[in-house]
Ligand binder design. Sequence first.
Ligand code: ZN
Length: 290
Amino acid sequence: MTVPDEGDVVTYEVRGVVAFVTLDRPAFRNAQNSVMTYALDAAFERAVEDEQVKVIVLAGNGKHFSAGHDIGTPGRDHHVHYGNKAVMWWDHVDKPGGDGRYAREMEVYLGMCRRWREIPKPTIAMVQGACIAGGLMLAWVCDLIVASEDAFFSDPVVRMGIPGVEYFAHPWMLGPRFAKEILFTGDRFTAQRAYEVGMVNRVVPRADLEAETVALAERIAAMPQFGLALTKKAVNQCEDQMGMRNGMDSVFGLHHFAHAHNAETDDDPLGGMDAKSMAAGAHKSAAGGE
Ligand code: ZN
């Protein structure tokens, strides 16, 4: 195996009042491994503590925002130890079957996403190219999403026999009927369609993506910081009153039942699918999933 990544997999840069937290594995379409999860978390923490930063932009370096969780690069790291940060649980590495899988996914996927959704400063996902499966999770935890016209989205993990990614916000982000359509078909949907169903705030030409995102961030930054933090909490709390948190908790059980069913019947929790076969199934889609 070659060394998969050189340097940081997430970069941090402050421009004026805006912090840019950037996924930086462009050779792998910013596929997310655990190293990236913890690098992201550290960058977000830094932005929260940085007095100068009023708004955080989450970006992806290269042609694509993120192809999803890492299910096939040399840097895939299911077996790497890390200190749990999002949930209080034991280490996943030496645990067999569902014990280890549940511990890992609760920490690096559902737990981390919930932690990032609660970042007390406004966050904006700036999305171009592929935003697939685990990529959707990252965009969805941000308060706002600005997408370029070339952005496309999908959650094709039903091909693995799994009912969607771990952070099951689909019905709230897309509405129940469109959520079912994209899950049932695994089809991509465009930035324009995402705008129509209310999933993204703005669709802009690719060349204007950064400037438009920064302009929006700077407008928000002019508002009182504590007021913004309380407003974010207010909307998030109402979203949870609309059932999102409880819904995700119950679906997380179905998600793990599906992993366990796959492991029991195929000896593979991903239903025999990898990045390549997922991409083939999606007809030219950028690979990603789980
Ligand atoms: Zn999973």
